[in-house]
Design a protein around this ligand. Structure first.
Ligand SMILES: [Zn+2]
Ligand SMILES: [Zn+2]
Length: 352
């Protein structure tokens, strides 16, 4: 792996490059936007955060690879999050490129574009109340709902994709063999893209994997509940994630090109590490469920990267969602159950 001088561009060989596109004010630092040469022109895997500086970096990075942004032929999106899909609209505007995404994440994009902000605030307030959040935590959401305020969230008008990424199938790209692997969990429609071609450095293993946020070398991706105000299905995102991880581990890839941090070769050990991490978390949670607790009370007691008192407002919502995803898994596994008649609903370890 070499680095083009003076830019954030990484040359991987075999017609693959990565560009570090900054995410402003975010500890993740940057998104790795991958560039794939095809017989019909360059194709991007993800686009990066929608910010003028990020756009300039993307354009300069493409230029360092000898590509004008107007030449981009297509955009493949691993998942709908704004650090991946944020600049897609601008790329399409500049180039006429198609944008492809898995249907389940395209649905999320559609909902985000169509829903009135008040609906979103109300939905979040109801969800948090059901999880046992205290009234003072919910109050700002209710106030925002009643004031008809617009959430200060990025990517409120994300680009609608024009194509669907079909799970298990080869993406129709001239001269390349790139297979879509549906890996739900981090989002319902997350995909990894498996470049089923020999490794350019002859490294042993089965091709290279664009892993998005599914498999990262040093970060455990967030797995919370899928947020859908229109769907009351009891989903099991953590179960989805763990299944997806095992499937990706079985591919036996020679190298992983994730969307953050850096490329790495030890795919299977990393998969095992992540599986063990979640197993440990589930066991810890089960210990906390020796007495009945709401998801909020569990989140307060789980281990995070800092004490609960220091976790900011928005991150607490994410933490509760993550606690609920782990709870769902325990309930599905028959290791915990809801306490009948409790409101907000409490959970307790299943008495063996
Ligand atoms: Zn993500
Ligand atoms: Zn990301």
């Amino acid at each position: 792996m070499t680095q083009a001088s003076g830019t954030g561009t990484i040359v991987h060989g075999g017609g693959v490059w990565s560009i570090r596109v900054p995410i402003p004010d975010n500890p993740l630092g940057y998104t790795l936007v991958h560039l794939l040469d095809t017989g019909r022109g360059p194709v991007l895997v993800d686009t990066g955060w929608d910010d003028p500086g990020s756009w300039d970096t993307l354009v300069a990075g493409l230029a360092a690879c000898g590509v004008g942004v107007g030449d981009v032929h297509g955009v493949l999106i691993t998942h709908h999050h704004p650090d991946h899909h944020g600049l897609s609209a601008r790329v399409r505007e500049a180039s006429g490129a198609w944008i492809a995404m898995h249907e389940a994440d395209a649905d999320v994009v559609r909902r985000t574009r169509e829903h009135a902000p008040a609906r979103w605030y109300g939905y979040m307030a109801d969800k948090l109340a059901a999880a046992g959040a205290p009234a003072e935590h919910i109050a700002p959401l209710l106030a925002a709902r009643d004031a008809g305020r617009t959430p200060r969230l990025p990517g409120l008008a994300p680009a609608l994709p024009d194509r669907a990424i079909a799970p298990g199938e080869l993406v129709p790209l001239a001269g390349r063999k790139l297979r879509a692997i549906w890996t739900p969990g981090h989002t319902p429609g997350h995909v990894c893209l498996h470049l089923e071609e020999e490794h350019p450095a002859g490294r042993e293993g089965h091709g290279r994997l664009f892993s998005g946020d599914h498999l990262l070398p040093g970060i455990t991706p967030h797995v919370g509940l899928y947020e859908d105000p229109d769907d009351a299905t009891v989903t099991d995102p953590l179960g989805d994630y763990l299944d997806s991880l095992e499937r990706v581990g079985r591919l036996g890839v020679a190298e992983v090109l994730p969307a953050h941090q850096h490329a790495f070769v030890e795919a299977q050990p990393r998969v095992r590490e992540l599986l063990a991490h979640h197993e440990e978390r589930l066991t810890h949670l089960l210990g906390l469920l020796g007495e009945p607790r709401t998801p909020w009370q569990l989140a307060e007691r789980m281990e995070w990267n800092r004490p609960w008192a220091d976790i900011p407002y928005g991150s607490r919502n994410i933490a509760v969602s993550e606690a609920e995803a782990h709870l769902r898994r325990l309930v599905k596994l028959g290791r915990a159950e809801a306490v009948a008649g409790s409101d907000p609903v409490m959970y307790v370890a299943y008495a063996a």
